[in-house]
Design a protein around this ligand. Structure first.
Ligand SMILES: Cc1ncc(COP(=O)(O)O)c(C=O)c1O
Length: 394
């Protein structure tokens, strides 16, 4: 694929208080500022020119009053879903929240009761468990299994846990953060059938669903059929795809009317937010004009992925394993053969390599000895990160 955007360009984000590079934030999170950051999931790559121009044009208006998500913005999102995923959603299923994690919390409140069990699949994005615990629900883990170099779902274990009378919801991460799996239609159907059979509501967190690599296809959970759709909420956003996380805008699709009404009551009670004035403007430009940019960006990220794999192979000769990247821009790297002690691995990465990744144990004990590397950065930054890691692990 032709690359027509300059993703090699590096520009400091320091003046803008962005968390990934902010010295105070690094100090608070890692106990050191002297690190190259490769942690939080946003990009060191500039979004498409049309989005920047739309924001600048809107900024010139000078009046940044309360804003709603207008019908034409929802139409842009629906057309994007139709084009990218072949999914036809209805406009009245659409709900705005400032973030997917906010939506997960509201959905836990609207679909489950205190003390109910909620299923997750570790290693997985840690705010899932945090949200479940914050809402005084109980985390139930059905871990993914690493078999022959691929993470697999243990359906028997999943069904046993889903069958518990207290189990009321399941939070799916697809594509899966951090292991990079894009679940097949068959896998999703099996999960969906188990959830229908045992009355377990599905919160399908598909925030990374635009970030899919060749050979894989994203299947929107609600597109599996009417029963599946009525038993779920799908969480999308332009934030990961187009590097718009700072605009706080996500799209929650709830096909079932009664569930939507329950969700609306929780939104009115606990959220009552309006979109950031710039968010619908940016999102619409991204969905309307972002296809070429996204394809180029994915091709750049894929080359970063290949670069790291070749580097690892040439440096550690099979002693470092990297989960195949089917989707997301997050690489899941197994350092256990080189450093079996997770605490020593953490210290080596932070204080010797001076690289800040998300360490695997944050995603559950299944992640001990792993690190999550954010690939959405100019290649020279990725190369510097790898050089530093190689020097520290020598
Ligand atoms: C799986 C997953 N869900 C949700 C989020 C965050 O969503 P938001 O910032 O919209 O709350 C992330 C960010 O990394 C993520 O990886």
């Amino acid at each position: 694929m032709e690359e027509t955007f300059d993703f090699d360009h590096f520009e400091s984000r320091l003046p803008w208080g962005q968390i990934k590079w902010d010295p105070a934030e690094l100090e608070k999170t890692f106990g050191t500022q002297d690190v190259l950051p490769a942690w939080i999931a946003d990009m060191d790559l500039k979004t498409l020119p049309e989005v920047q121009e739309a924001i600048i044009a809107a900024a010139k208006n000078g009046m940044y009053g309360y804003t709603r998500v207008s019908e034409d913005v929802i139409e842009s999102y629906l057309r994007w879903q139709q084009r990218r995923n072949g999914w036809s959603a209805a406009a009245d299923w659409f709900r705005f929240t400032p973030g997917v994690v906010t939506a997960i919390n509201l959905l836990l409140l609207s679909e489950t009761e205190e003390g109910d069990e909620v299923l997750i699949q570790r290693p997985v994005y840690y705010p899932f468990a945090d949200s479940i615990q914050q809402q005084k629900r109980t985390v139930v883990n059905s871990p993914l299994h690493l078999k022959n170099g691929r993470y697999e779902i243990d359906f028997e274990d999943f069904e046993r846990k889903a069958a518990s009378p207290q189990c009321k919801a399941f939070i799916l991460s697809n594509p899966h953060n951090p292991v990079g799996r894009v679940y097949t239609e068959e896998e999703l159907r099996r999960l969906g059938e188990i959830c229908l059979k045992h009355h377990v509501f599905v919160i399908a967190d598909e925030i990374h669903s635009d970030l899919i690599f060749p050979g894989h296809r994203h299947v929107v959970f609600a597109s599996l059929g009417r029963d599946y759709a009525e038993n779920c909420a799908v969480c999308h956003a332009p934030s990961k795809t187009f590097n718009l996380a700072g605009l706080s805008f996500s799209c929650i699709l709830i096909p079932n009317q009664a569930r939507r009404e329950r969700f609306d009551r929780m939104f009115a009670r606990y959220c009552r937010a309006h979109p950031n004035f710039f968010a619908p403007v940016a999102a619409k430009a991204a969905w309307d004009y972002g296809e070429d940019w996204l394809n180029s960006c994915l091709s750049y990220i894929q080359k970063n992925d290949q670069f790291v794999r070749e580097f690892a192979e040439n440096t550690w000769h099979g002693d470092v394993w990297i989960s195949p990247l089917e989707g997301t821009y997050l690489q899941w790297i197994d350092f256990r053969k080189l450093e079996p002690d997770p605490e020593r691995l953490r210290q080596t990465m932070l204080y010797q390599a001076r690289v800040a990744m998300d360490e695997g144990s944050m995603f559950g004990a299944e992640g001990n000895g792993f690190e999550r590397l954010n690939l959405a950065a100019p290649r020279k930054v990725i190369a510097e990160i790898m050089d530093r890691i190689a020097a520290a692990l020598r």
